[in-house]
Design a protein around this ligand. Structure first.
Ligand code: AHM
Ligand code: MG
Length: 337
């Protein structure tokens, strides 16, 4: 006879349900969005895994709204996410790094009270050389009237209003990390059974970090305070031991390493990119939410990322995210800017 014993195997579905039970007022809509995102992540993982085999490598020839070369898998990942999320009755609109305007849930589907924002395949310039890439997502409650189409205003809310955020890293294994404001939790995809299993409950980022992730080929474009800050992290002013430099150039991969091992990811403003490169809504806010939930911090150099009132969908922000003490050092040095 099968014994009813406690099991340590927790699927993401089960975890989401357990979390939801803690909130009797929950309608299940947010849980539904998270399921849909997990399904989309598995579908994208499958495409990414086959990248070298299927005819999906290389530029598609179109440019995305930032004028960058859009890789085929970017387009595929974007379509997978939109199709996984548009008909569930939980969202009223979406916004994607790959699309200029918002994606309103069509009339033929029921419209819900949430919006989702995503970078479908971040770091996609790395695909051709088999370096991890990722998906980043953010979920907000709408501010526009219920029932109607979603609006840009629904998207332009400060990051502290996020009700959920997460990322998927397509690396040596596929992992999904998410938060709903009650800790950051990581799940690893078991490809044999096609399930995300809880592998990293309640992630805590070390208070002070080992790793420094920054593209220092921009040094000549940095301001003096940024240069001084980087010398500090490298231990060159004698005020700390040097951090270990690790830069993949794939935000999700760099962020994930630093989240688990401790450290700081920095994409400062520079004279060529006065507001940095990373997008506030699709990249900075969701990872800032996760990092804070894990005990870390995120600033743009002056203010907390989650406090910024966005004014544009594709707005960029300078970014310093990671271990608290290392982000505080950035705030100290950059206050002199
Ligand atoms: P993308 O959204 O077009 O992929 O660009 C974002 C990526 C990040 O993953 C990464 O951290 C950064 O660009 C690297 O930029 P750079 O090559 O300037 O260091
Ligand atoms: Mg990106």
């Amino acid at each position: 006879m099968v014994q009813n014993t406690a099991t340590s195997v927790v699927t993401i579905d089960r975890f989401i349900v357990e979390q939801e039970k803690r909130f009797p007022e929950a309608t299940g809509a947010l849980s539904g969005i998270l399921y849909d995102l997990a399904v989309a992540a598995k579908m994208i993982a499958n495409k990414v895994r086959l990248a070298g085999l299927a005819d999906v490598l290389g530029a598609q020839g179109t440019a995305n709204v930032q004028g960058e070369i859009q890789q085929k898998l970017d387009v595929i990942a974007n379509t997978i996410l939109v199709k996984a999320l548009d008909h569930g009755g939980r969202l009223c609109a979406m916004a994607s790094e790959e699309e200029e305007g918002i994606i309103v849930v069509p009339d033929k589907f029921q419209r819900g009270n949430y919006v989702a924002l995503f970078d479908p395949l971040d770091g996609s310039s790395n695909i051709d050389v088999n370096i991890p890439v990722g998906t980043i997502f953010s979920v907000l409650r709408r501010v526009s009237p219920a029932g109607g189409p979603g609006t840009v205003e629904d998207m332009l809310q400060p990051g502290l209003r996020q009700v959920a955020a997460g990322y998927v890293i397509y690396g040596s294994s596929t992992m999904l990390v998410y938060t709903t404001g009650h800790g950051a939790h990581g799940f690893t995809l078991d490809p044999a059974i096609g399930e995300f299993l809880l592998s990293h409950p309640d992630i805590r980022i070390p208070e002070r970090g080992r790793f420094l992730s920054v593209n220092d080929s921009y040094e000549k474009y940095w301001t003096e305070p940024v240069k001084a800050l980087m010398r500090h992290y490298r231990g060159m002013n004698g005020r700390r031991d040097p951090m270990n430099v690790r830069y993949v150039g794939s935000l999700v991969a760099d962020f994930h390493r630093n989240l688990l091992g401790g450290g700081l990811f920095a994409y400062p403003a520079n004279t060529k990119s006065p507001t940095g490169k990373l997008r506030l809504l699709y990249e900075c806010n969701p990872l800032a939410f996760i990092c804070e939930q894990a005990g870390g911090a995120a600033i743009d150099g002056r203010q907390r990322i989650l406090d910024i009132q966005p004014t544009e969908l594709h707005q960029r922000a300078p970014y310093f995210v990671g271990s608290k003490a290392d982000v505080e050092a950035a705030a100290d040095y950059l206050a002199q800017a």
